[in-house]
Design a protein around this ligand. Structure first.
Ligand SMILES: NC(=O)c1ccc[n+]([C@@H]2O[C@H](COP(=O)([O-])OP(=O)(O)OC[C@H]3O[C@@H](n4cnc5c(N)ncnc54)[C@H](OP(=O)(O)O)[C@@H]3O)[C@@H](O)[C@H]2O)c1
Length: 310
C-alpha cells in the first residue's frame, strides 16, 4: 500500500512507520520539522516531507494516490479544537475528495462528550467529525478508530519522563497517585493499526486498546524507580495540591503536566470489562518490555539500533 502517515514523526508514528515499511508498504510522513524525523529518513520505504497539514492545498496534494491515510496527530496542551477536531474533519474531507478508501484514526481511551478534560472531550468531538464525513452519502471512506490507554515503549513520553525525574529527585511529589491506567505496548498498538488496514470487519468500528493489567499511577512510578535503580519515596498529592502542581508546571516552557492532564486523571483510564484486544493480538505486559528501554539510552544509540532493525 501507499500510505500517508500523519503524525508519523512522533513516538507511536515512528514505531508504526517501521512496522508498515517492514510489511512492504510505502509510507509518507509529513512533518513541520523534518530534522526531528531524521531517524525515520534512513528507512528507504519511508519518505519524510516538510508540510503544513493545516493547509488544505498541501493536504490535498499529500492525499493524491494514497491507498490509506492514518492520522496520529495529537497534543496534550494547546488548541485542541484545531488539532483534534478541525484537523480530523479536514483529513476526512480531503481523503474523500481524493478517493482514498481507508482512514485509520487515533483517539484516546475515555474520549467522551462528558469526559472531565478538554483533551478527552476534543478526542470525542474529533471522532464524531470523522464519522459525519465518512457516513455521508457514498463517501467510499472506511474509517477505523483506536482508543488506547497510556502507551509505553522505547521512546515513550510517560515512563521515560518518570525515569528522568527519579534520577534527579530525592523524593517524588506525585499528582493523582491513585489514577488508574492500563498501559499498552506501542508495538501492540502499531500491530492493531497495521492489521486493521486489510480487515473489512474493522470498517466503521472503534477499538479500545489496553494492556493485560491495570495499575495506579503510584504503582507505575514505583515500578519505574525499581527498574532504573532509583527507588525514591513517593508522596501522593491530594486533588487540590495536584491541581496546584500542574498550575505551576504550566508556567514552565514544555512543563510535563497541565491542569487539563490532571482533569483527565479524574477518571480511571481502563478498558471496559470484557474488552478483548482486536485481531487476535495478545497484548504484552509492561514488565516484559520496560526493563529493556528504561536504562537511559541516548539518541545516537537509538539511531544505531533503529538502523539495525530496518
Ligand atoms: N502516547 C500515549 O500514551 C497516547 C495515549 C493515548 C492516545 N495517544 C494519541 O496517539 C497519538 C500519537 O501520540 P504520540 O505519543 O505518538 O504523540 P507525539 O510523539 O507527541 O507525536 C505527535 C505527532 O503529531 C504531530 N503534531 C503535533 N501537533 C501538531 C500540529 N499542531 N500540527 C500538525 N502536526 C502536529 C507531530 O508532528 P511534527 O513532526 O510536525 O511535530 C508528531 O508527529 C496522538 O493522537 C495521541 O493523542 C497517545
Amino acid at each position: 500500500m501507499n500510505i500517508l502517515l500523519l503524525g508519523g514523526s512522533g513516538f507511536v508514528g515512528s514505531h508504526l512507520a517501521r512496522r508498515l515499511s517492514a510489511a512492504g508498504h510505502g509510507v509518507t510522513i509529513p512533518t513541520r520539522r523534518p530534522v526531528r524525523a531524521r531517524e525515520l529518513s534512513v528507512n528507504p520505504m519511508v519518505n519524510v516531507v516538510a508540510a503544513d497539514i493545516h493547509d488544505d492545498k498541501q493536504l490535498a496534494r499529500l492525499m493524491a494516490g494514497r491507498d490509506a491515510v492514518i492520522n496520529l496527530v495529537g497534543i496534550l496542551r494547546g488548541d485542541f479544537q484545531r488539532v483534534h477536531v478541525a484537523l480530523p474533519r479536514r483529513i476526512a474531507l480531503a481523503a474523500r475528495a481524493a478517493a482514498v478508501p481507508r482512514l485509520l484514526h487515533m483517539s484516546a481511551l475515555g474520549a467522551a462528550n462528558d469526559a472531565p478534560s478538554h483533551y478527552l472531550r476534543s478526542k470525542a468531538a474529533g471522532e464524531a467529525a470523522l464519522r459525519n464525513v465518512a457516513e455521508g452519502a457514498a463517501s467510499g471512506l472506511a474509517v477505523t478508530v483506536f482508543r488506547p490507554s497510556v502507551i509505553f515503549g522505547d521512546g515513550d513520553n510517560f515512563l521515560n519522563l518518570f525515569a528522568r525525574l527519579l534520577r534527579v529527585a530525592p523524593v517524588l511529589p506525585l499528582a493523582c497517585p491513585d489514577a488508574r491506567f492500563q498501559p499498552v505496548w506501542v508495538e501492540d498498538v502499531a500491530a492493531a493499526f497495521a492489521d486493521s488496514l486489510c480487515r473489512s470487519e474493522s470498517h466503521g468500528r472503534h477499538y479500545d486498546l489496553g494492556g493485560p493489567h491495570g495499575y495506579t499511577l503510584r504503582q507505575l512510578v514505583a515500578y519505574v524507580g525499581q527498574v532504573c535503580g532509583h527507588p525514591r519515596p513517593i508522596i501522593g498529592l491530594s486533588p487540590g495540591l495536584s491541581y496546584l502542581q500542574a498550575l505551576l508546571m504550566e508556567c514552565l516552557p514544555g512543563g510535563p503536566m497541565t491542569r487539563d492532564n490532571v482533569a483527565s486523571m479524574k477518571q480511571d483510564n481502563l478498558c471496559p470489562a470484557g474488552t478483548v484486544f482486536p485481531f487476535g493480538i495478545a497484548p504484552t505486559a509492561l514488565e516484559a518490555v520496560a526493563p529493556g528501554y528504561l536504562g537511559g539510552v541516548n539518541r545516537r544509540q537509538r539511531l544505531v539500533s533503529y538502523c539495525r532493525r530496518v
